[in-house]
Design a protein around this ligand. Structure first.
Ligand code: PLP
Length: 484
């Protein structure tokens, strides 16, 4: 048998890499320079990208030239441009230059963080960067940090640890099914909390109906008095208040729950306090806005997402806990093939999560934090808040538009309210039509939410390239759409 050629069984050459990477960096540079060439939201019809591609992978490899050429032809039309300065929907974010560079290195180094020894750099840089961020946000210096893919995972891990804190429940060993000795375990959050809390409860077998949604006040903050009565009623019914998820920066309006009062109740009830600061966590960098963080130091865990408002490319979520031993007890499980001599002295993140292997996400956080510096990051977050205040002032100044929620961070919820239109359903249809018209322009992309029965438009500022001019464009388009 003749030996196969290197080309047929090996990788492409490093020289090939360099040649194509040079072209690709030029492509990325052009993309970052001119994202405004594209409509912000992809105009592709559902199924169109799939329909345009072969139903099977090529039997023989395609040349890289052809693959790269297809980026513009096939992929870009299906891209919604989160890196576009007119992206004002959901929670706008940025894949910043240092973050993009770090992702390239991450792929090249291909670290698989199973154990400390499979990547000491990954294990230790994750401790360093989560420590840097923790300290920059004024969180307690002894909290343990880890990086996950998303806030949904971080919250899942936190609630798993909350359940493991009482070893008498023996859930790790015996599970929950068929157990008549277990009380119902309850998790509380506000009606404004993110659906990841429900998903965590579903995944952990706590059950969706054991997530108790507490009503909010006029500023969309959890009502601590109702939390107290709900916990009391549950106790009286023989249920166990397991955890409260307080939100620091809710998804719709960025409202902040009254964490000091909630922390006191958690203390009294022995419930775990998890703070969801997935978006709002970045505000912790602003010394002048630390008031938003009152009570957070009493939490048992906190999540914040650098991939939301800290200019780190998707994905990067940080979970801190005051109880690493509980998190470790929840997940540590080392099969014989993973036992090592250093396991007592060297931290392996697989002991703290259901995942074994992990990506080297700390590298991009390290690049981002070093390239901008803590003050530079704070300046950018502060600037976004100022832009939001400016936009809110335009809305407020107009007799037919109204801001419908306080603006504590960089999100403005508002709506058009023409004279004489008072019916909520009519206002919803009218504002939904405005949104469609504005988004169809391709110049900006806004999203919406519902606040009780009120439909609201949302402008979220979190992209490093967004300027007041982009907001002025959005405001002009809104005005035109409201008249048409
Ligand atoms: N928590 C809050 C407050 C959010 O707004 C979101 C998403 O927007 C999440 C959690 C879920 O984030 P992820 O997509 O990282 O799971």
């Amino acid at each position: 048998m003749t030996a196969p050629s290197r080309e047929s069984i090996g990788d492409l050459s490093p020289q090939d890499f360099e040649r194509h990477a040079t072209g690709l960096t030029a492509w990325i540079r052009t993309y970052l320079e001119h994202p405004e060439r594209y409509p912000v939201r992809s105009r592709l019809a559902p199924g169109a990208l799939r329909a345009g591609l072969p139903s099977a992978a090529p039997a023989q490899g395609d040349p890289l030239e052809a693959i790269l050429a297809d980026l513009d032809r096939v992929i870009v039309p299906g891209v919604t441009h989160w890196n576009h300065p007119g992206f004002l929907a959901y929670f706008a974010n940025t894949a910043s230059v240092p973050g993009i560079l770090a992702e390239l290195v991450t792929a090249a180094l291909n670290q698989v963080g199973i154990l400390w020894r499979t990547s000491p750099a990954l294990a230790e840089l994750e401790q360093v960067t989560t420590g840097w961020l923790r300290d920059a946000m004024g969180l307690p210096g002894d909290w343990f940090g880890m990086i996950t893919d998303t806030a949904s995972t971080s919250t899942l891990l936190a609630l798993a640890a909350a359940r493991e804190r009482d070893p008498a429940l023996e859930i790790r060993q015996k599970g929950m099914a068929g157990r008549t000795d277990l009380p119902r375990l309850r998790v509380y959050c506000s009606t404004q909390a993110h659906s990841s809390v429900d998903k965590a409860a579903i995944t952990l077998g706590l059950g969706a109906e054991n997530v108790v949604r507490i009503a909010t006040d006029e500023a969309f903050r959890m009502r601590a008095d109702l939390l107290e009565s709900s916990m009391g009623a549950d106790r009286a019914a023989g249920y166990r208040p397991l955890a409260v998820v307080a939100t620091l920066g809710t998804t719709s309006t960025t409202s902040v729950d009254p964490i000091p009062a909630i922390a006191a109740l958690c203390q009294r009830e022995g419930a775990w306090l998890h703070v969801d600061a997935a978006y709002g966590g970045a505000m912790g960098l602003l010394a002048e806005r630390r008031d938003l963080f009152a009570g957070v130091r009493a939490a048992d865990s906190v999540v914040m997402n650098p991939h939301k408002w800290l200019f780190t490319p998707m994905d990067c979520s940080v979970l801190w806990t005051a109880h690493p031993a509980v998190l470790r007890r929840t997940f540590s499980l080392t099969p014989a093939y993973l036992q090592t001599d250093e396991q007592e002295i060297a931290l392996s993140y697989s002991d703290y999560s259901f995942q074994l292997g992990r990506r080297f996400r700390a590298l991009k956080l390290w690049f981002v934090m070093r390239a901008f510096g803590v003050e530079g990051l704070a300046a950018r977050v502060r600037h976004h808040c100022a832009l939001a205040t400016t936009f809110a002032s335009w809305v407020q100044a107009h007799p037919e538009w109204e801001v419908v929620a306080p603006v504590p961070m960089s999100v403005v919820c508002f709506r058009h309210r023409p004279a004489g239109m008072t019916d909520e359903r009519a206002l919803e249809a009218h504002n939904a039509a405005i949104l469609e018209r504005v988004n169809a322009s391709g110049e900006v992309f806004l999203s919406h939410t519902k606040l009780g029965d009120r439909y609201a438009l949302r402008v979220a500022i979190g992209n490093l390239r967004t300027t007041e001019a982009h907001l002025a464009t959005a405001w002009r388009l809104l005005g035109e759409a409201a008249l048409s």
